[in-house]
Design a binder for this molecule. Structure first.
Ligand code: ASP
Length: 603
């Protein structure tokens, strides 16, 4: 009689010694096959674990015969009895105290040999794993990760539900909602020559929900951004997106604090103290050189312009004379640890990102006094004592200087700080430094394009007291944005929005978005702002990034079921792909001759 695969009694991770003697039906994949002197042992795997099956030729010759023909990844169903393993307990498996003596087995599907072993410690390269992602996802660690991702979504949904938020879907085929990236475009067949844009975020739609009076909205939603995929980015990714009415920024941050606290508790059993710290953008830049500071370690930036102003060192002088500054990082005890080769390497890296160099020196003690040795020692020696006093440098420390404009100094010293932390191994493990960065500048000058760009997006509200500076001194206007930073990574970002039409118009003007362009792109928002828009604000957090962090994975691709490669290709489906000429014709689209030629050459 066939084994009733639709009537399994247990999952493969669930049986324990107390179940000994029970008759069970299990289904799953052959994880492993061993023939021990007639007795066949199979590790049966399903989504929840592994159970050892034993096939005995004496007692169950038919089942044993079938089992001998099984190979890894065949799909089977078995009937059997749970028995203690006796002396052969496997302490590594939760089910390691028992095995199931199988009396009947059905082969539901055979498997070809797989291109790589289905095991956690796979050596298969990522391209191959992504090409056969369904096999890769069979690996127990992947199953665990996607369960955690599910749990993350559930906790978030429950939390926002309990707090009165409504989940409402927003369209994918829409108009551009800018977040600073390129749009993915979808051609319209019905209205040839026009295009939908896939949303970079539901930003405008969620603001319109507030105008609509929903008051509190939260959605776990896919967003699309066509950017060059540096490092850990994906062209489509998931956000937890939320918006609230009648709030100030503290209210939004408090709401998120509660959610973060719950996530850490329920997923990692870690207690996070709330409210989280708030740090002003200016302080973050001054101390860490970046607006997403990693506060797990020191190596902070310090200004020494005053100390070095008078010394005879052209590199510092010219920076200071040009209105710039000199700042430094003191690396305690690094003098011995960082060899010349290492610091030369670091200097090269800095040159690679545009810095002129990395003036550095070491502090030594001689006859009871501090002195500088090596590097730029001879230039800075005259101010050695006052400089060391000012920055707290001691014998055995290294000092890394950076002359230049504020922005450049921040950028390069942030780089130096990050690399030093790695090289000196000063980043503590198991630490979760969460903080809010607030009071960003509303806009930043884009020297290349000679225009002001939003630091967040164009709908971010300026701080009320700064609105009068919008025309006269835009660079001084602070915004009402808030970014959540964890161990130096931006984990969420949001703001209070502009809810007054005339302010939105002035910000568009500042950003050089003409009335024509704003009408074309944002007329629906501008119109809505005429009809009683409440004060509102919200935030979005990178859902994949949170999943990656909580699952303690190194790559976003490990927490996205079907991710794209750095070239924005899906190795499983081979998307993006060519389409039939007829399909293009329907859309009123013709490929440009040079593109056509390139495609033909490639095929
Ligand atoms: N729309 C923003 C983003 O996607 C988040 C927000 O301002 O709520 O980054």
């Amino acid at each position: 009689m066939a084994v009733a695969y639709n009537k399994r009694t247990h999952r493969c991770g669930g049986l324990r010694i107390d179940d000994a003697g029970q008759a069970v039906t299990l289904v799953g994949w052959v994880n492993n096959y061993r023939d021990h002197g007639g007795m066949v042992f199979i590790d049966l795997r399903d989504s929840e674990g592994i159970t050892q099956l034993k096939f005995n030729p004496e007692t169950d010759p038919k089942a044993h015969e079938t089992a001998r023909g099984l190979r890894n990844e065949d799909v089977i169903a078995i009937n059997g009895n749970v028995a203690p393993r006796g002396d052969n307990v496997n302490p590594k498996l939760p089910t390691g105290e028992i095995e199931v003596e199988a009396h009947a087995v059905d082969v539901l599907a055979k498997s070809d040999p797989t291109p790589f072993e289905i095991e956690d410690d796979t050596e298969a390269n990522e391209e191959l794993r992504l090409r056969y992602r369904y096999l890769d996802l069979r690996r127990p660690s992947m199953q665990k990760t996607f369960r955690l991702r599910h749990q993350l979504g559930k906790i978030i949904r429950d939390y926002f539900d309990e707090n009165g938020f409504v989940e409402i879907e927003t369209p994918f085929l829409t108009k551009s909602t800018p977040e600073g990236a390129r749009d993915y475009l979808v051609p319209s067949r019905v209205q040839q020559g026009t295009f939908y844009a896939l949303p970079q975020s539901p930003q405008i739609f969620k603001q319109l929900f507030m105008v609509a009076g929903f008051d509190r909205y939260a959605q776990i939603v896919r967003c699309f951004r066509d950017e060059d995929l540096r490092g850990n980015r994906q062209p489509e990714f998931t956000q937890l997106d939320m918006e609230m009415s009648f709030v100030k920024r503290e209210d939004v941050m408090d709401m998120v604090d509660g959610c973060i606290q719950r996530l850490f508790k329920e997923i990692l059993d870690i207690d996070i103290t709330v409210p989280l710290k708030h740090m002003k953008y200016a302080e973050a830049m001054d101390r860490f050189g970046v607006d997403r500071p990693d506060t797990r370690f020191g190596l902070e930036l310090q200004d020494v312009t005053g100390q070095v102003r008078e010394i005879d060192f052209g590199v510092f002088k010219s920076a200071i004379d040009a209105g710039g500054m000199v700042r430094c990082i003191v690396a305690p005890g690094a003098a011995d640890k960082l060899t010349r080769k290492i610091t030369d390497g670091l200097t090269e890296e800095l040159r690679g990102i545009g810095a002129g160099g990395l003036p550095l020196t070491k502090v030594i003690e001689k006859d009871g006094n501090l002195e500088f040795a090596t590097g730029v020692a001879k230039f800075v020696q005259p101010v050695c004592q006052s400089l060391c006093d000012a920055v707290g440098a001691k014998a055995g420390d290294s000092v890394f200087f950076m002359p230049g404009t504020y922005d450049d100094v921040c950028k390069y010293l942030h780089y130096v700080r990050t690399r030093l932390a790695e090289m000196l191994d000063v980043i503590p493990e198991h630490r979760w430094d969460l903080l809010w960065v607030i009071d960003f500048p509303l806009v930043a000058w884009n020297e290349e394009m000679k225009r002001w760009d939003s630091t967040h997006h164009p709908f971010t509200a300026p701080v009320d007291e700064d609105i009068h500076l919008l025309k006269s001194d835009p660079g001084k206007v602070r915004d009402q944005a808030y970014d959540l930073v964890l161990n130096g990574e931006e984990m969420a970002g949001g703001s209070i929005r502009i809810h007054r039409r005339e302010v939105q118009q002035s910000v568009f003007e500042l950003l050089n978005i003409s009335e024509k362009e704003s009408n074309l792109k944002f007329s629906h928002l501008m119109e809505a702002l005429r009809f009683g828009a409440p004060p509102h604000g919200g935030i979005a957090f990178g859902f994949d990034r949170w999943a990656m962090l909580l699952a303690q994975k190194a790559s976003l691709r490990d927490v996205i079921a079907y991710p794209k490669t750095q070239r924005a290709v899906c190795p499983l489906t081979n998307a993006p792909g060519e389409v039939a000429t007829a399909q293009l014709e329907e859309l009123g689209i013709d490929l440009r001759p040079e593109v056509k030629a390139k495609r033909e050459a490639a095929s």
